[in-house]
Design a protein. Sequence first.
Length: 394
Amino acid sequence: MGAAGRTIPGAAAAFAPRRRAIVVGAGVFGAWTAEQLRRAGWSVLLVDRMGPANARASSGGESRMTRSDYGADEIYTRMAVSSLGEWKQLSDRSALPLFHPHGVLYFFNQMVDYARASIEVHERLNLPIEVLDHAALSARWPQIDFAGIEVGLYKAEFGALMARRAVQELVRGFVERGGEYRLAQAEPGANGHEVRLNGEPLSADAVIYACGPWLGKVFPDVLAERIFVTRQEIAFIAPPDGDARFEPAALPGWADFNGGDLYYGLPNLESRGFKIARDTHGPTFDPDTGDRRISEEGIAFVRAFLTRRFPALAAQPFTEFRVCQYENSSNGDFLIDRHPTLEGAYLLGGGSGHGFKHGPEVGRAMAELVANGKTPDSRFSFATKETVHKRAVV
């Protein structure tokens, strides 16, 4: 059976009463959890107060990069590869593409530990990875100024996901195949099995809270100091007229790991513009009231970086800006666990700026915890989430 039809072993016993779950939050983590539980034979209600991958959600952007480079963090390489198969199958079923396989390139000023470990993990897992020197990089992608760059890692099978569209298509298919979706304001009820939807109580065997940057607001007593929401600025730039060098056929997704100030971007996907973002964590941000206009400082950073690495784009006009948020755990690991005190309630979050690509595997891990009691890797537990923000996963 293909990945899209895979069920969780032992989750749907013959003649057993059909168990019910409510998933609060229709972003990428919540939507995939709902779908994985539906596949396991559960009756699932997915709820969101603003709609799947809405404009304020961390999953609501135009595009997200997929990649398998995680240095020595092999668990995320494995999750990314497994998730990619699900995303491809979802894209194949969609009327419009959800995945663009233009490849992904990471480049470094030297063979740093992160690059060396990424190569070792890929070789150990028998995954394709191309290691390129300065001359090879400059010859293949002359539109990038590789001054000071000694090594690049290229993965041809990865690319970009059309984020908002992908989540909405996932939810559409979830409903089509028997799941239920509802637009409603959800709040924890009198106990872990109860949630109030627009004030009305509703109970289930399990309630999973996948509330993204709102997770700390929903459970301030346990998560307010363990979920760190930061303001992240993104820009889109118009390539020069008639210039095909920045199209997906000519340019991969990319990340520049140099100087301690990581930038990343995507080619001119679907003619929306060349995407560029600074990955440095921004200031604390409130997803309800925060200003979503890009700062003058952010524009200046982007212009300076373009001048350095993409000189043909340095003077080109911006076509769009976006401010979203990273919903960070203390070190960048996800949160996939039971609520520490409310039986029947589960916590899902900590996407930390790199979570979107892992949606299918995160949803599977939460569904296995809910349906079978299978505990995810310990690094995803509530107990490991600290109150000091110190990023470790990149």
